[in-house]
Design a binder for this molecule. Structure first.
Ligand code: SF4
Length: 484
């Protein structure tokens, strides 16, 4: 039923895209190699649209009032529902009970471990995520209101750009993506410039006008200025004072244009490239948050530290023992007393250790020595920070110490000095090669939001080191703590 409804919705999208009435579709199951036809019935379509409207209404209400819709009170449906855990936890956090859930003992067995303090914690952070999401939405709306080019640049966007008519796009062999080249409207083609990128006609140089906050590796949204419609999401692969190249997973298509006129419409269109500040996935944050309240032993342990604020434990006995990692730290003459104590604290931590230091006090160097000491113990380490630049800053120092590591991240966003440690620069031929490399390497580095990469889905680490942890919010960090 779920899949049939999905196909029915796709026929709506396709009817809109191709301006034709489409009333049938195919449902293909790759695993069982079964295919079945789906005929769209008007009554089904009406039912789906009504459910869609109810859902949209509930989401809107929940985001405004923090009141979730009531549970279905159906033992048969809820028992098999994959959202049962999350649904019952939220229901309890918002004052629900086994009676109001309609699930009786099933509800109690899922939520009996949650205290009033846990419920209050979940409500508070859920509310904070809501506030942040609303703020982001306001910024997003502002994109469409703003047409002042100068203020656009400060906000990380480039308006009034056109496709380079001599070379609108090229196909990247490396990742099979389509790289489109945009110029400020009215400027000559890239191919009409000197080899260093300057314009042949110096009088037309746009240096001042096109300076903006976009950088290589930024996620961007491309939209049409005439219709104000977002057309595609891509990644900036190259940018200068006069042009920007953006890679997309598919060829660009303008809504409503026919295949025969598509190419000319794309060239005539005036475009706008906006930095996608909204990649931070609020759904990931919510998912992280609710992980804290599941019933597993790991969730209970992390919950004690984060929600119940139980003090972290340290292995004092080990400091006095003959641990080669400790010997290493004590032998490093270039470490000052504070740095040495910080690393010893990390080595003694059973749960976590927080290292606080003012800028310039040598935190990053301390981390490098901490990594070396942990590697002496044979630990596997997840290295992370909120931004790519902070992660790479640490990695450049590790590289200088000949420490092997793997960097997970988009090639364009990674510092060129450490790109050689990305999968994109390795001779990877198969999934087996990826698994082998992940098994071999002891240090893996990724940004906090990149931790959800499927490459790391089954990977567990002994230790997680997070640089500049104060830059992130708690729901972003939870996933990292749950991963070790
Ligand atoms: S568990 Fe929650 S989401 Fe799932 S069917 Fe029941 S009420 Fe709906």
């Amino acid at each position: 039923m779920e899949h049939t409804a999905q196909v029915t919705l796709y026929t709506l999208l396709m009817s809109d895209r191709y301006q034709k009435h489409i009333d049938t579709g195919l449902l293909c199951y790759l695993q069982s190699d079964q295919t079945q036809g789906v005929a769209v019935r008007r009554s089904d379509l009406v039912g789906i649209i009504m459910r869609r409207n109810e859902l949209a209404n509930d989401i809107l209400k929940a985001s405004r009032t923090q009141v979730l819709p009531p549970m279905l009170k159906s033992q048969s449906m809820c028992r098999g529902c994959r959202h049962l855990n999350v649904c019952t936890i939220y229901h309890k956090a918002h004052g629900g009970s086994s009676g109001s859930s309609g699930l009786g003992d099933l509800f109690d067995s899922n939520t009996h471990h949650l205290t009033n303090a846990h419920a209050a914690f979940l409500r508070l952070w859920d509310w904070l995520i809501d506030l942040e999401a609303k703020e982001m939405q306001l910024v997003k709306n502002e994109i469409w209101r703003s047409h002042n080019s100068k203020s656009d640049y400060a906000g990380g966007c480039l308006s009034s750009v056109v496709l380079d008519w001599k070379l609108p796009y090229s196909k990247s062999k490396k990742d099979n993506r389509f790289v489109y080249h945009f110029l400020r409207n009215g400027l000559p083609s890239l191919s009409e410039r000197t080899s260093n990128g300057d314009f042949l006609n110096a009088a037309s140089s746009p240096t001042k006008e096109v300076d903006c906050a976009l950088r290589c590796g930024d996620f961007v949204i491309l939209s049409s200025e005439s219709s104000h419609l977002p057309v595609a999401s891509g990644i900036v692969t190259d940018i200068s004072h006069s042009h920007v190249s953006v890679s997309f997973s598919k060829l660009l298509r303008l809504p409503g244009s026919s295949p025969s006129s598509e190419a000319s419409h794309l060239l005539e269109e005036i475009w706008r490239v906006d930095k996608d500040e909204f990649m931070t996935s609020f759904s990931v944050m919510r998912l992280n948050l609710v992980q804290l309240f599941l019933q597993s032993a790991q969730a209970a342990h992390v919950r004690k530290m984060i929600v119940d604020l139980e003090a972290p434990r340290f292995d004092k006995g080990r400091i006095l023992s003959q641990d080669p990692a400790i010997s290493y730290v004590l032998s490093q003459r270039n470490l000052n007393v504070d740095q040495r104590q910080a690393i010893l604290k990390i080595l003694a931590a059973k749960d976590y250790a927080l290292i606080l230091g003012m800028p310039g006090t040598g935190k990053t160097s301390t981390m490098v020595h901490a990594v070396k000491a942990l590697l002496i113990r044979g630990a596997s380490i997840l290295l992370t920070s909120y931004t790519n630049s902070a992660v790479d800053n640490l990695l450049v120092k590790l590289k200088a110490q000949n420490i092997d590591f793997l960097r997970i991240g988009r090639h364009e966003a990674v510092h060129e000095e450490v790109r050689g440690h990305c999968f994109s620069e390795m001779n990877i031929q198969s999934v087996e090669d990826i698994k082998l490399r992940l098994d071999q390497v002891k240090v893996v580095a990724v940004t906090c939001l990149g931790i959800t990469s499927p490459l790391l889905a089954n990977k567990r680490f002994d230790v997680c080191i997070m640089d500049e942890a104060g830059q992130t919010t708690l729901p972003v960090r939870i996933y990292l703590v749950m991963d070790v």
